[in-house]
Design a protein around this ligand. Structure first.
Ligand code: MG
Length: 384
């Protein structure tokens, strides 16, 4: 039977790859959303003919509505429009590839709608992991990760029971500056940072890969998805991005998942799970790969994963604070207002100054801690 999906963040890097999977696998697309790329969403809507589309930006939604006036496609507007579109859609699975914290409300709406959540928006779990996972459990909604590492862990967990897991081995490409000293890092430019060795991604996540903050967020994400405490999650630098992560069991067996680095495999797996189906990616040629390497991360140079583990232990809204401060600092770096080596000091300072957010637990309290952290980060950058 033909699968029906929704794609949120349909014009972004993961979103367009999700639509490519839909194209190759013949999934119907019932709903899609984007922030403000009117032309991109129009093109996708004309190809997939969804029941509805939504744009977060209201002016963009008005423009799209005119462009699609010759079709029957409903055009919804704003974040309420995105939620409305999710709740009204008949999709079995929604791929949430929204960028940043804007992905949280859509994640909660997908759970409310009782659809399977193919989750590429890691911020949903970083900001409100306890709320998202407990609501999913209550609603009987499956969250299947679309992040490559978590998809690999999810697949590897099929070979044992939860109580038999000793550690999660979370692989990291190490980013463009792996092996650099602090001194060398102080001289890197924006262009150096945007050159990622193995994965094709958006700009924000490419910067997060260079600081290793992306790996920090992935530790938080893994903690919530798999219920594993932070001390049992180990980062392993693996430059080739062929082993996408692994699970070590209590009998010391290590079970991992390998494939060519291509996000489309993760999207397909999340939609078709538990079935294995015809590929959308190239086969892995181990003879061509030749050798795989594994290294320890130098935490004295890359402090982000350790700070993320601290945020898990501090709890409350601290992971949300970490994410908010990072979004603001990376935004300033992308506009060349601060240098690469100033990103982590801004994030760390905001984290320390917002430490009372440890006791925030409700969604409202988490969101207000997030706003406070953003304001503090903005002030800190302006003062510089
Ligand atoms: Mg990843």
């Amino acid at each position: 039977m033909k699968k029906t999906i929704s794609v949120l963040g349909a014009t972004g890097s993961v979103g367009t790859q999700a639509l490519d999977v839909a194209r190759r696998r013949g999934y119907a697309v019932d709903f899609m959303s984007a922030a403000r790329d009117v032309r991109g969403l129009e093109r996708a809507a004309r190809e997939f003919l969804p029941t509805a589309v939504a744009m977060a930006d209201e002016a963009a939604a008005r423009e799209l509505s005119l462009l699609l006036s010759d079709t029957d496609i409903r055009v919804l507007s704003g974040s309420e429009g995105i939620v409305e579109g999710i709740l009204a859609s008949r999709s079995e699975t929604t791929v949430n590839a929204t960028l940043g914290e804007a992905g949280l409300m859509p994640t909660l709406a997908v759970i409310e709608a009782g659809q399977r959540l193919a989750l590429a928006n890691k911020e949903s779990l970083v900001i409100a992991g306890d709320i998202v996972t407990s609501r999913a459990r209550e609603a009987g909604v499956e969250i299947i990760p679309v992040d490559s590492e978590h998809s690999a862990i999810f697949q590897s967990l099929a070979s044992g029971r939860a109580g038999e897991v000793k550690r999660l081995l979370l692989t990291a490409s190490g980013g463009p500056f792996f092996g650099y000293t602090e001194e060398e890092i102080s001289r890197v430019t924006l262009a150096d940072t945007l050159r990622h060795p193995t994965w094709k991604m958006g700009r924000k996540i490419t910067v997060d890969s260079a600081t290793l903050m992306n790996k920090g967020f992935e530790i938080i994400e893994a903690h919530h998805l798999f219920g594993v405490p932070s001390e049992k999650i180990e980062v392993v630098v693996h430059r080739e991005s062929i082993l996408h992560s692994a699970v070590e069991y209590i009998d010391n067996a290590v079970v991992g998942q390998m494939s060519v680095p291509d996000m489309r495999m993760c999207v397909q797996y999340a939609v078709d799970y538990p079935e294995r189906v015809a590929p959308v990616i190239e086969p892995l040629d181990l003879f061509e790969v030749g050798r795989l390497t594994f290294n320890r991360l130098d935490e004295s140079v890359f402090g982000a994963p350790a700070l993320a583990k601290r945020a898990i232990i501090d709890g409350g809204a601290m992971p949300a604070v970490l994410n908010a401060a990072d979004e603001v600092a990376v935004g300033a770096f992308l506009r060349e207002e601060i240098g690469f080596s100033e990103i982590m000091p801004v994030v760390t300072e905001v984290y320390e100054k917002t430490s009372d957010a440890r006791s925030a637990h409700s969604l409202d309290d988490i969101i207000s801690a997030d706003r406070r952290a953003r304001a503090l980060a903005g002030e800190r950058i302006k003062r510089k």
